[in-house]
Design a protein around this ligand. Structure first.
Ligand code: SAH
Length: 403
């Protein structure tokens, strides 16, 4: 009876578990059972494609496409009745009772001898919630607790990935604080020191506790052109003091963000360093403005280009003439200041002047501004509208797609 269920953890490694049914319940349960090395037997008249993939790609699990028969629970330690037929589910529970096997009944939970808690896994910690059969309540409480963990309101001890004296390079996503990864958010919540870039989402910094030292990377004192060395030095010095340092960046740490230089600097200094990829602005800012960087039969390439140097600069590594020959999507970062030069070299190299352009300033934030124009008019329009960095410039047919 779920109303007063006794909460327990089952060690299912190597033990036979029978799942009857191949729908969404089975689809959610099977991966969790497999993660615990259970000997999973799935019996179902029909399986969803996801269940089929799960069962065919995992040698340790059997799938029989047929109706349930009395006797199927032979040798099982645990069973899940998850067919769409209440009479069949009742028969499975009856067989389980006869054999003294605990059995979950998916359609009418209180009729089963076991009940599945709403649960989540966090840093090797398993949290399960039962609410006397009120599924929405248990799911809501589960979600609230999980969010509290993710925001660092509750902290769990001893994860392997937070080593005192180490550095994590965390991609913060394009600006919207919800677009950081789950791991990034978790590590940020554990930081002793955060070295943040301008473009890292400020809302996430505001959530940090008062004990966390937050360093604005743009304000680290340094001699001219020494900014990166100064940042590297801070990361290494703080880690050497035994603290867990998060280097917090906008977008992805390896997309025009000098992340790999920091990895190398830490490695040379013998400081353990991990990288948490982020959602890059190059893809997500257009996406949130309604523009996909690729679309079937429209383009087969998208190229992300840095515009921090003019085309004729001796240190430029960009072949603008080659880019001008492409018909796909160009995504320009750091290109607002020199858009005149880039538009010119693309047009003279062969890109049609009518090519659609989307410009997004402060994408995914409350300050977002969007401009739609063409290659011919881009420079004038960007100046007339007063578009300033940070902005993304998307060039190509997809840029004309309506939001
Ligand atoms: N590592 C970052 C890019 C750093 S380069 C990433 O993966 O997103 C900095 C440039 O990124 C800015 O000049 C701008 O071109 C672009 N950018 C970053 N965030 C942006 C945002 N929210 N809106 C528009 N452009 C953004």
């Amino acid at each position: 009876m779920t109303e007063n269920a006794y909460l327990v953890g089952l060690r299912l490694g190597g033990k036979k578990v029978v799942v009857v049914g191949g729908g969404t319940v089975a689809q959610r349960r099977i991966p969790l059972l497999m993660a615990r090395d259970a000997d999973v037997h799935v019996i179902t008249r029909a399986a969803t494609p996801a269940v089929e993939v799960l069962t065919t790609t995992n040698p340790g699990i059997t799938l029989e496409l047929r109706d349930y028969r009395d006797g199927d629970l032979e040798g099982a330690w645990y069973a899940i009745a998850a067919t769409d037929d209440p009479a069949v589910n009742a028969a499975i529970v009856a067989e389980a009772d006869r054999r003294q096997i605990f059995c979950v009944r998916a359609d009418i939970a209180r009729e089963g001898s076991a009940v599945t808690p709403a649960s989540f896994d966090h840093d090797g910690l398993l949290v399960g919630v039962l609410a006397g059969g009120e599924h929405r309540r248990s799911a809501a409480i589960r979600t609230a607790i999980r969010e509290a963990f993710q925001q660092g309101l509750i902290t769990a001890e001893a994860p392997d990935d937070v080593t005192p004296g180490s550095v994590a390079l965390v991609g913060g996503g394009p600006g919207d604080p919800e677009l950081i990864t789950v791991r990034g958010r978790r590590l940020l919540a554990r930081a002793d020191v955060v070295v943040a870039d301008r473009l890292a989402p400020p809302e996430l910094l505001a959530e940090l506790g008062p004990h966390v030292e937050v360093i604005d990377a743009a304000k680290i004192p340094y001699g001219r052109a020494m900014a990166q060395e100064a940042i590297n030095k801070i990361l290494i010095d703080r880690a050497r003091e035994g603290r867990f340092v998060v280097r917090f960046k906008g977008g992805d740490p390896f997309v025009f963000a000098r992340g790999y230089e920091e990895v190398l600097a830490c490695a040379e200094a013998g400081i353990p360093v991990t990288v948490v990829p982020g959602v890059t602005s190059a893809i997500s800012v257009p996406a949130m403005a309604g523009v996909p960087v690729t679309h079937r039969a429209v383009n087969h390439e998208f190229v992300v280009v840095s515009g921090h140097l003019p085309p004729d600069h001796p240190e430029s590594l960009v072949n603008w003439n080659a880019l001008a020959q492409l018909s796909g999507t160009l995504v320009l970062l750091m290109a607002v200041e020199r858009i005149e030069l880039f538009a010119e070299v693309l047009m003279s190299g062969g890109r049609p002047a009518e090519t659609p352009i989307l410009v997004v300033q402060h994408g995914t934030t409350a300050a977002e501004r969007i401009l739609r124009t063409t290659l011919r008019d881009a420079a004038d329009r960007i100046r007339a509208d007063g578009i300033r960095p940070p902005a993304i410039i998307v060039i190509g047919p997809v840029a004309a797609f309506a939001a």
